[in-house]
Ligand binder design. Structure first.
Ligand code: MN
Length: 662
């Protein structure tokens, strides 16, 4: 088998180091010694078959060697280090990439979004497109030999291939591998439909064979007569799955879809492309509206070719594709072509690679694209994707995050509740702190505790995703709000008690409502919050909550006396203050000392407060002197000043407002 790989590789790699390739073969053969494939064949058949597949894509020497060695680190005792020593850093890098990719697991119950992430992860982890090529060849050979595995596993592998590998091959424009993979999956997943279409194609091809060969022959002689030395003229096979899908999608019968022959002509230069087109149109009647010049105007994905459909021999509709060899390689091998065939033209390559993502993105416009991968690409947005990492949960779900994301981002993306109580993580089996940066391929198990204090301000310095940052900020705001509210509540409560009004608990809904109206605020909690953060002054809130009567308190006096008082007081205070004067009662407890009463009275007089009466009351504690004052107070400010002054008098222990005269 190695002889076959060597001989094909030599046809396109003139400087092939045959010895090195053979060494790789022997190394892999020894490493896999005694291992069998499910079908009973020697294991070495598998990597060699994959390598042979890739010679068809004209891959370079390192890629062939890496393909031959691709299962060595995973399945044998030989290590990556040995491979590096023997075959160099580049081969080691490729084999390492393959080994990592093989850890990407697909589960049967995966939701759609996980499949999407997995595709992204797949491409992302393969930093070098050659790694994907090896993986695709590996899978293609596994699919070809899938009959050997049990039916359940067969279905799983076929579904995985259809959902992940086919779209990736399609995305990268490697049609050759894509079509083969797709038909192999088709056969496993929908065996009846596959058989039906396969039989029809075999029949039709058989019927058309004569016409196809005649047309190829005729075209060849027409070109030769015109002096065009073409490179090849070949019939094109359509892949069965695409026929099946067209039948489903367009609700057409098989014959309506598969009624034409396809021929591809490869010539030496662009000039010959147009000459060939002219010759075809001179000899066959072209079908209206079917001439497409993708050389003059390439498709957005870079696809170049001339397409024309004519009524060919025996009236069979024949579709021709005309292109140069360069165009053909690019069209057929997509990203692989960019990687391998332009290697000698370094500047050219660089430009191509720069255009790569633009090019991949524009696959969206590709007419022959399957619908699923369109969706895939639309979401993929490679420019964004480049900056992302893909991390696994212990269950194997993929979480994709921006580059630089940390454990805390991961935790919030798994579940917001998990973010709230995260305390650390185990990354690839090692215990780490929540600020640890993650890398693609990490398996992360978040450690959490219900007892955790929750998000801290410091978290914002390493939380990268919008989602995590939003949750953390919300939490901090909420936490801050809670403490602000607690402060406000105690301030207000104290203040109300100071006024002798029984504290916050005594406020009824009506009072709260009047405060809401006063400040034009929606909720009582917001009022408290604004009090707490200083937007609302406590005095204003007190005013809004209580009427002046509440604050100062009327002495309950007979109506006539009250009326008399009111009129008298009005008269008395008209000049300075039109407001009512209120009588209030207070008791002052203090340590007895000489001059206490005088000091208290001095303070009151100093504030212009009239003392209506003073009385000494008994107290259980003989050391304490209790005085009962009845005062005339103008307003709340005067009252507060009085309380402040009286409290500061030496010996005063406590002052209480008495609601009712006692
Ligand atoms: Mn393999």
């Amino acid at each position: 088998m190695i002889d076959q790989v060597v001989s094909v590789a030599k046809t396109y790699l003139p400087r092939l180091n045959e010895k090195r390739l053979r060494e790789a073969y022997l190394f892999a053969k020894n490493a896999h010694e005694g291992q069998m494939r499910k079908d009973g064949s020697d294991y070495i058949i598998h990597p060699m078959s994959a390598a042979l597949i890739l010679t068809g894509l004209k891959v370079d020497e390192d890629t062939l060697i890496a393909t031959i060695l691709h299962d060595v680190p995973e399945d044998t005792t030989a290590t990556l280090e040995e491979i590096g020593e023997k075959f160099g850093a580049k081969v080691r890098f490729l084999v390492d990439g393959i080994t990592k990719l093989s850890k990407v697991h697909y589960r049967d119950d995966m939701e759609g979004r996980h499949v999407e992430s997995l595709k992204k992860f797949f491409i992302h982890s393969a930093k070098d497109p050659r790694i994907i090529l090896i993986k695709l060849a590996d899978r293609l050979h596994n699919m070809r030999t899938i009959d050997a595995v049990n039916p359940e596993k067969r279905m799983r592998i076929a579904r995985e291939t259809m959902e992940i590998f086919v779209p990736i091959a399609n995305l990268l424009g490697i049609w050759e591998l894509k079509n083969q993979l797709e038909d192999l999956c088709f056969k496993v997943l929908w065996p009846n439909e596959f058989k039906e279409i396969n039989d029809l194609v075999q029949e039709t091809t058989y019927q058309k064979m004569g016409v196809l060969n005649e047309t190829i022959h005729k075209t060849g002689s027409l070109l030769k007569k015109a002096g065009i030395n073409y490179i090849s003229i070949e019939g094109r096979e359509k892949n069965l799955y695409s026929i099946y899908k067209k039948m489903l999608r367009r609700k057409k019968s098989f014959s309506e879809i598969y009624d034409i022959i396809g021929i591809r002509i490869i010539v030496k230069n662009v000039e010959q492309c147009y000459q060939t087109l002219g010759i075809l149109h001179q000899n066959f009647t072209p079908k209206m509206g079917r001439l497409k010049d993708y050389i003059a105007i390439p498709k957005n994905n870079g696809y170049k070719s001339i397409h024309t459909t004519v009524f060919g021999l025996k009236g069979v509709v024949s579709e021709f594709q005309i292109r140069t060899e360069d165009m053909h390689i690019e069209n057929e091998y997509g990203i692989a072509a960019h990687h391998f065939y332009k290697d000698d033209k370094k500047v050219h390559l660089k430009k191509k690679l720069q255009k790569k993502y633009q090019w991949v993105k524009s696959i969206l416009d590709l007419q022959r694209d399957i619908k699923d991968s369109k969706k895939f690409l639309a979401r993929l947005k490679l420019d964004v994707f480049e900056d992302r990492i893909f991390v696994f949960t212990p269950k194997g779900d993929v979480i994709d995050l921006p580059k630089g994301s940390t454990v805390i981002d991961f935790a919030y993306h798994v579940h917001s509740d998990l973010g709230m109580i995260a305390t650390g993580a185990i990354i690839n089996g090692k215990r780490c702190v929540i600020s640890t940066k993650l890398e693609s391929g990490d398996t992360v198990s978040v450690e959490s505790s219900e007892e955790s204090d929750g998000p801290q301000i410091s978290w914002l310095s390493f939380a990268k995703t919008h989602l995590a940052r939003t949750h953390i900020r919300e939490f901090l705001k909420e936490k801050n709000r809670t403490s602000v509210l607690a402060d406000a509540t105690s301030i207000l409560d104290e203040k109300i008690k100071l006024l002798g009004l029984g504290g916050l608990a005594s406020i009824n809904d009506l009072q709260k409502l009047s405060a809401l109206k006063f400040f034009n605020i929606e909720s009582w909690e917001d009022v408290l919050y604004k009090l707490g953060d200083g937007t609302i002054d406590v005095a204003d809130l007190i005013h809004a909550l209580f009427t002046k009567e509440d604050l100062i308190g009327f002495e309950s006096a007979p109506a006539d006396i009250k009326a008399y008082e009111t009129s008298m007081l009005h008269k008395k205070t008209d000049l300075m203050n039109p407001e009512k004067i209120h009588k209030i009662s207070i008791t002052i407890d203090s340590r007895n000392r000489i001059g206490l009463l005088r000091d208290l009275c001095d303070e009151l007089v100093g504030l212009g407060i009239n003392i209506v009466s003073v009385q000494t009351l008994p107290h259980v504690d003989a050391q304490i002197h209790r005085l009962h004052f009845v005062l005339e107070i103008l307003d709340i400010t005067q009252y507060e000043n009085a309380m402040y002054k009286l409290r500061s008098v030496n010996g005063v222990l406590n002052i209480t407002r008495v609601q009712n005269d006692s």
